[in-house]
Design a protein around this ligand. Sequence first.
Ligand code: 13P
Length: 258
Amino acid sequence: MRQKVIAGNWKMHCTIPEARRLATQLTKRLDKKPAPKTRVIICPPSTALSAVSEVAKGSAVYVGAQNIAWEEEGAFTGEVSVKMIKNAGAKYTIIAHSERRKYFNETSNIINKKIKTALRNKVKVIYCVGETLDERQNNLTKDIVLNQMEWDLKDLEVTDLKNMMIAYEPVWAIGTGKTATPEQAQDVHSFIRDIVDTIFKGSPASKLSILYGGSVKPGNAEDLLSQPDIDGALVGGAALDAAGFHKIIQASEKVGKK
Ligand code: 13P
């Protein structure tokens, strides 16, 4: 059975008090026993990691960063290292989000180094892939995703996958209110699982959690999460509202085992 995951990417939102408030609202909602079977992860901005980790302590909520530097230490003005986010309580980090690829020119070479740096430091990775609207309209979705995975995951070992999950986030669905249909998402998720089994020996894909991201809301979560290869969601805007995010977690709890 694969781990179900609902992760919230808060992006560049929330000051420290705002982050503390949002995390508190969420942990209160998840307080009731039994603890959810779904792994709940929230990824605040790096300035709020420490505060959110304090709030999350002892709760069912795990904390993740949104990015790390590819180097572990040194003269890299403005960067935040894996050791820093780990020390601030992060157990996970998102890597290769499309906004990082687009606005910060993250190449496969950089992404590959970041993944290895995270794993070497025992921080789990939420690795993102996805195509733009133009690429989808030109029937290039699978070529793009395959290309991203081939280069971004270069020289990783099959055992590394135990500490990774993949998020399929079509760029055209991010923050646009346009969600991929459950069928469109399922098609790419199953393709991603096939690629993983092609790249790595030993059929590891059956145990790998693959999340969908792109305008996931309480109203569409259950339909998406019911798909056989969709194990969770990476939620942007809707993660900034504790009640709505909790509803998405409840949708995950409701859908059957895979
Ligand atoms: P939205 O849910 O706001 O579309 O963002 C998705 C996303 O980019 C999560 O990483």
